[in-house]
Design a protein around this ligand. Structure first.
Ligand SMILES: [Mg+2]
Length: 385
């Protein structure tokens, strides 16, 4: 079997485009993959064209070798765009292999370690006017774990400019919100919050002190992750478990966070880390440190399918993100895909990935340029979204 073409698409579903690759073969089988670097779609698609130059003619079943070539052929190591494109191609190659062998990908990864893949809910999914009501609604519907987002200025003051984010104000408001939720839902609901790396070490330490009595299951990305030493500083100031790693590209970035106990829930993204091939190596590294993997999954049906296969197979799995903003699976575009049942995905039985893309519907979901909001503090200086 040989690769005959590498095509790519970026249909817009929900708030932003999904960067999809299709790897075609001379066996009449094609595989799908999705890249995780949302917001830099044009660059990722450029990488697909680059890789196409030397993927055509290769045996798609040599997945590890192709992974090594895609990642290591670039002299300048690493890179989010490069690795996101390589991740999508890796997922597509596993999709091809599964279809070729007529078995779901999780079987190829070692078989099922569990009979369903349980998710945590994004708090915005709940029904109710206030966050405590939404959390109570999700708990009543059977969700065991709910993740919250930091309170934004417009949630406190409807007249606040949408591009202003003052970290310490959000720290205080988020602490008040979490206390109100805990008072409403009681002690059993597991709760986390994702600060989207919007804080400094000092801001994050202040937040941890303020929510000391809330009993958080995890604090996700309080600060940016370029510096493991900064996380080590914060680690010394709090005992709240950290969930880190969604944007990490390649296995090497994870090493210091796992080895030094800085990421307590490993938030890898199959679409960013290097596909299944890199993700299972990171899971193995985590397993050797008694850490569980809690994958990032905010993208489209292909990303979700890849995550479900991966979470089915690995032994050290915590929960999968189920991001309600991007759960849409338009049936005209994705006539086959996965649907959640309650708070969990049942094991997929279709060969390969189990997602189909209807290319005839792409024109109805045209690509749009999407850029994450550019936020500024009250003094006008730039701050993270
Ligand atoms: Mg996150």
């Amino acid at each position: 079997m040989r690769i005959t073409d590498v095509k790519h698409f970026a249909p817009t579903v929900g708030m932003r485009p999904q960067t999809i690759v299709k790897v075609e073969t001379d066996a009449g089988i094609s595989g799908l993959g999705e890249a995780g670097t949302a917001g830099r779609e044009r660059a990722v698609r450029g990488m697909f064209d680059h890789y196409r130059e030397f993927l055509i003619g290769k045996d798609p079943r040599r997945i590890e070798d192709i992974h090594q070539v895609l990642y290591r052929s670039q002299y300048f190591e690493g890179g989010t765009v490069i690795t996101a494109a390589a991740s999508a191609i890796d997922i597509a190659l596993w999709d091809i292999l599964g279809q070729h062998l007529n078995t779901p990908i999780w079987q190829l990864l070692g078989g099922a370690s569990r009979h369903k893949v349980t998710c945590f809910a994004d708090a915005v999914a709940g029904e109710g006017a206030t966050m405590p009501e939404r959390a109570a609604d999700l708990a009543a519907k059977g969700w065991c774990t709910v993740r919250f987002s930091p309170v934004m200025p417009t949630e406190v003051d409807p007249d606040a400019p949408e591009d202003v984010y003052e970290p310490w104000e959000s720290v205080v408001a988020s602490s008040e919100m979490l206390h109100a939720v805990r008072a409403r839902v009681g002690p059993r609901l597991r709760m986390g919050i994702d600060f989207h790396h919007r804080l400094s070490v000092a801001d994050a330490a202040e937040f941890c002190r303020l929510v000391d009595d809330v009993n958080l299951m995890f604090l996700e990305e309080p600060i940016r992750s370029e510096s493991p030493d900064a996380y080590a500083s914060l680690r010394a100031m709090t005992d709240i478990p950290f969930a880190i790693g969604e944007e990490f590209s390649g296995i090497y970035v994870f090493a210091p966070f796992i080895e030094r106990g800085l990421s307590n829930y490993v938030r890898l993204d199959v679409c960013n880390v290097g596909g299944f091939t890199a993700a299972r190596k990171v899971a193995g590294m985590a397993e050797a440190h008694y850490l569980e993997v809690m994958p990032h999954n905010p993208l489209g049906p292909i990303s979700t399918a890849a995550a479900v296969h991966f979470c089915t197979a690995i032994p050290n799995f915590a929960l999968l993100e189920y991001n309600w903003n991007t759960r849409a699976r338009p049936p005209d575009l994705f006539p086959e895909g996965f649907d959640i049942e309650g708070d969990a995905f049942p094991l997929p039985e279709a060969p390969g990935l189990g997602v189909k893309l209807n290319e005839d519907a792409l024109a109805d979901h045209p690509t749009v340029f999407w850029e994450a909001p550019h936020l500024r503090r009250r003094d006008g200086s730039y701050t993270n979204w």
